[in-house]
Ligand binder design. Structure first.
Ligand SMILES: [Fe+2]
Ligand SMILES: [Fe+2]
Length: 336
């Protein structure tokens, strides 16, 4: 769902590849020409090691975000207010699991194993989107997650459908179709609460918007001026639109939707700027962003321990599937 943290600088510095032989120079020139032409790179094509590593990091962080993103919503399956909302929520969570699987498969085409990627998540070395380290305290939070969190995800992800790495781009086309359903179901749930609900329910929606608005703006990553890694990703056609431009597009779209809904964003500086043709908005608390990315958000520890527990609880399923696959593989030999 969520690609915000994906252009965060890696822990170790990675030197850009310097071709050492004439053959390597030729391969690099061909790669650059294809990128410059707006072409796609397939898994079997030669690519610079730095490009491959950048994609492994970005796609795996994205995959981790999808499956960790299931946790705050799973918390509400048993408490959804109606059977219809429960069925919708279950389907949405299942979609997110599927998004994780497409993305792990896309990362595997770059020569990494899924076990290694999951080990990095479970040991706390890998990042996932900071937004999932915030709690879902009431039912309106589930609507706001759909409207704003999935809405921000769509804004981030639509440009990734044209990412230069083709297996990632193909996964994103399918994911984006499902994300737009996620966004609409969230908005619809909130609209129902605002139009048909009680004063207490309307207050729940406003409270949820107050808590989620700023963390959602952080989903687009640090300001362009502090995001040097983005420049290389732009050059490679992995990233197409800058963090700040995406954030502005999101603010413009959601400020109008908030009016229809009848909620107020918790930002006194949010207002239409006729000269710019955009909404202005107040300063973002980047200290909070870095604190949450660094592991000290409200739910970081809980999310990681729940995720590790789910992995351990599922060991028997993986063992059974492997045993079944082994038996299937032995069957033709037996027949022979
Ligand atoms: Fe998703
Ligand atoms: Fe989603």
């Amino acid at each position: 769902m969520y690609t915000q943290a994906m252009d965060i600088e890696p822990q170790s510095s990675e030197a850009p590849d310097a071709p050492r032989t004439a053959n390597a120079q030729q391969l690099l020139a061909r790669f650059n020409a294809r990128i410059d032409d707006g072409g796609f790179i397939e898994a079997k094509d030669w690519m610079p090691e730095h490009y491959r590593k950048t994609l492994v990091r970005q796609i795996s962080q994205h995959a981790h975000s999808e499956i960790v993103g299931m946790l705050p919503e799973g918390n509400w399956v048993t408490r959804a207010p109606t059977l219809k909302r429960k069925a919708i929520l279950l389907a949405k969570i299942q979609d997110e699991g599927g998004h994780g699987l497409y993305l792990y498969a896309a990362a595997e085409t770059l020569g990494v194993s899924r076990d290694a990627l999951l080990e990095a998540l479970h040991s706390g070395r890998a990042k996932y989107s900071s937004i999932f380290n915030y709690p879902t305290l009431n039912w309106a939070d589930i609507g706001v997650v759909g409207w704003l969190v999935d809405g921000a995800a769509i804004m981030n992800q639509v440009p990734l459908c044209r990412c230069s790495y083709a297996p990632y781009a193909r996964a994103m086309i399918r994911i984006c179709r499902e994300e737009s359903f996620h966004q609409r179901q969230g908005y619809d749930a909130l609209l129902t609460m605002m139009r048909e609900g009680t004063d207490a329910q309307r207050a729940m929606v406003q409270d949820a918007v107050n808590r989620w608005w700023w963390p959602c703006l952080m989903m687009f990553g640090p300001p362009d001026a502090d995001s040097t890694h983005s420049e290389q990703s732009m050059r490679w056609g992995i990233k197409r639109i800058s963090n700040d431009d995406l954030r502005q597009k999101f603010v413009d779209a959601t400020a109008a939707q908030a009016n229809v809904l009848g909620v107020t964003m918790p930002d006194p500086d949010l207002r239409w700027n006729e000269a710019r043709g955009h909404f202005d908005f107040g300063p973002i608390d980047w200290d909070e962003f870095w604190r949450v990315i660094g592991g000290d958000g409200p739910c970081n520890r809980e999310r990681l321990s729940t995720r590790v527990q789910a992995w351990e609880d599922g060991a028997w399923v993986r063992d059974a599937a492997l045993a079944h696959a082994r038996k299937q593989a032995e069957m033709p030999q037996r027949a022979a």
